[in-house]
Design a protein around this ligand. Sequence first.
Ligand code: CP3
Length: 343
Amino acid sequence: MRFIDVLTHKKSFTTPPMWMMRQAGRYLPEYRKIRQNHPDFMHFCFSSDDVVEVTLQPLRRFPLDAAIIFSDILVIPHALGQRVWFEPDHGPKLETVNFNALLKKADTISLKNALAPVADAIAKTRAFLDQTKALIGFAGAPWTLLTYMISNGKTADFNTVLGFAQENATLFKQLQAMMEEKVIDLLCMHIEAGCDAVQIFESWAKVVPAHLRNAYLYEPLKRIVKAVHLRHFNTPIIYYGRGVSGDYTQLIDLNIAFGVDETANMSVLRSHMPTTVLQGNFSPELLLQGDNEQFKSTIKSMLEANQGAPYIFNLGHGINKDTPIAHVEQMIDLIQCFSGDNF
Ligand code: CP3
């Protein structure tokens, strides 16, 4: 598997392995068709056969090197008993809960039982997927999950979350520790069910003030990586910390790969991390606009910045739902053309 070979430093390729964050989603008509049968998004996430189908859909269209299991980071709060739902064209909504009560109950909840349909979908997907293609599992990181849980999904409202963390310091610490355990359990469950690599999404990393980043982001990350690697030494881990790639040099020793968002300068980052596996960072907005001079020159300079280094092509963030399929095809053609392996 090209994707795993790069993640494990076994081989490098002139044409980098590629996949796209949110590659299974609404920009695909075949996804929208299946989505229509599931008014309740969380119910969709637990319908194994449809999960297998939508996970495989992007790989039928594009020569991608990895599938990511179709699920959501919010399956953890859902499994803990906090109701999660989606209204059309709104972000997620989470019900208000008593966090002391949630903590008490959390120990008794086994993610393995609560999320059995996810494991089932992973095993089936792995069985259907070509042996040269990798299957990626994932989880949200504790901070990002807690922002959704504490603000009822209103993620713009970070002051509420930071305020909660300060005013309820003990409770917040207990919640962080509990979520850390659940994230470890979920990542291990994904690996045990058949995922070849896992990605940790810290989508709201940037809002954490610098002096709190160790406590809220990096110490939990280090413990999660250690715990997962203790059980699954060979499984690669990718950390996607949106807006904090400037801190990645401090995390090199973790022996993981890093997802890079579209705001980062790839060549500067690469010069600081010459041998680390980097993934990213094509702008989803450029992809939405399609083939133009900037589109071409950005792809070219990303490939140049990573020449000879361990690199996975990806977007800097999830693909926009209005992205034309032709633009994805143009992007892939350009990658293949500029890197010149296939040709
Ligand atoms: O293809 C894939 O990437 C796999 C599936 C996947 C989904 N969500 C499916 C999904 C993954 C890896 C996620 C991760 C996720 N979910 C993150 C981290 C990545 C990021 O975007 O920063 C976050 C923050 C969430 C929480 C979440 N779930 C939000 C904010 C939304 C609404 C987004 C929107 O575009 O409306 C979701 C819903 C969701 N999760 C959709 C998909 C395909 C769209 C729902 C739909 O079909 O209506």
